[in-house]
Every structure is written in C-alpha cells, then in structure tokens.
Design a protein around this ligand. Structure first.
Ligand code: GAR
Length: 209
C-alpha cells in the first residue's frame, strides 16, 4: 500500500512542486501526496497543491498563541487524514520534541546547505546562502535529514554538493542549490522513506537495496 504523504510548507513551494512532479513522473511511486499544510496564509505553495488536485489546508501559526496548541491542531489534521509520513518542504517552524516523536523516523526535511555547515537556529531560506557567501566557501549544497527536536540536527539521509561561482548573489545561489540539489534529492529521499528503504542506527542512515 502506498504511504500517504503530508507535505508541510510555508512559502513558494518549489520543493513541493518537485515532489508533485516526481509523483507524476513515477519517481515517487511508493507514496502519494495526500495533503499539503501551510503554516502561512496565502503561501503560493497552496496554489501549487490545488492546481495538482491535492488537498491544501492552512493551519496558520499566527492565529495560535502557544506552540503546544498549534502542534496539537496540526497533529489532529494529519491523523484525520491518515498521514503516514511527513515531508518538510520549506516549512519555517521549529517543531517540538513531542511532535517529532509522534512521527519518529517518518519525518524528513530539506535544508539548503551541507549540514553541519550553515544550519541551526536562524539559518533558513535566503539567510543560509548569505552566510555561505559571506564565509567564502567554494562548495555548498543541500541536505535531506530526519527531523528530531534539534533544529537541522537529525540523522542525514542524503546530500548533494553545488559549486559556488564567481559573482554569485544569495538569490542566484539559492536558485542553483534548489535546481541542482534540493529538487533532486528531496523526491529521491521521499521515495526511499515511503519504500521503507531507510534504516537509521543512531546518526547513521543506511539505504537498503
Ligand atoms: C528551500 O531552499 C528550503 O531548503 C529552505 O527554504 C526554501 C523553501 O523554498 N528551507 C529551510 O531553510 C529550512 N531550514 P520552497 O518554498 O520554494 O521550497
């Protein structure tokens, strides 16, 4: 039986689009994108979901006081739709220990750097690329990892390197990292997760054949 995938988003949703395209192309075949949840009202990602015929709901973080109540609502929405696995695709909230434990080893995130470089609190979206350029690294990339209570701290599943080129701006670099790394490894890792091919032992993840 195909896994029912919930994709959590907060913004433009190019990674969501890569997942939708991968399902259409048969690259993502062991799971089906059953629900998209946005933490922000008006996120363009919701439009992408609707255009693909996927249910999209907004659980707006702004309308909730405490993180606890927010996460309980989120979990309820996921349980109501029998969501098996979660993919964070540009989801800009940090999830608590109790939330991530509810989906232990069934929740993954894509981050736009080679973890452990340029990650953790305050490193998200364009800021990650600003910091990489400011530091002067010659190579960056993207990482897909399991999500635990530590920001960007879960076990690494896949990484892909991307060259930094002369004259790069944060925007240009972000686009290259998305196109050459994120949009490739996120669908691949999602398929492996849905096919039960990821075995985690502490921090080490093995891909089963
Ligand atoms: C992506 O680059 C993603 O890796 C990053 O935000 C962007 C979202 O773009 N996520 C993080 O920084 C999370 N720490 P998208 O909405 O077009 O997929």
């Amino acid at each position: 039986m195909k896994k029912r995938i919930g994709v959590l988003v907060s913004g433009g949703g190019t990674n969501l689009q890569a997942l939708l395209d991968a399902e259409k192309a048969g690259i993502l075949k062991s799971g089906t994108i059953a629900l998209v949840v946005s933490s922000k009202a008006g996120a363009y990602a919701m439009k992408r979901a609707e255009e693909a015929g996927v249910e999209a709901i907004c659980v707006d973080r702004k309308t909730f006081g405490s993180r606890e109540v927010y996460e309980e609502t989120l979990l309820q929405e996921l349980h109501n739709r029998d969501i098996d696995v979660l993919v964070l695709a540009g989801f800009m909230l940090v999830l608590s220990d109790s939330f991530t434990r509810a989906y232990e080893d069934r929740i993954i995130n894509v981050h736009p750097s080679l973890i452990p470089a340029f990650c953790g609190d305050g490193f998200y979206g364009l800021h990650v690329h600003e910091r990489a350029l400011a530091y002067g690294v010659k190579v960056t990339g993207a990482t897909v990892h399991f999500v635990n209570e530590i920001t960007d701290g879960g076990a690494i599943i896949m990484q892909k390197a991307v060259d930094i080129l002369e004259g790069d701006t944060p925007e240009v670099l972000q686009k290259r990292v998305m196109e050459q790394a994120e949009h490739i490894i996120l669908p691949q890792a999602t398929e492996l997760l849905c096919a039960d091919k990821l075995k985690r032992d502490g921090r080490r993840v093995t891909i089963l054949q």
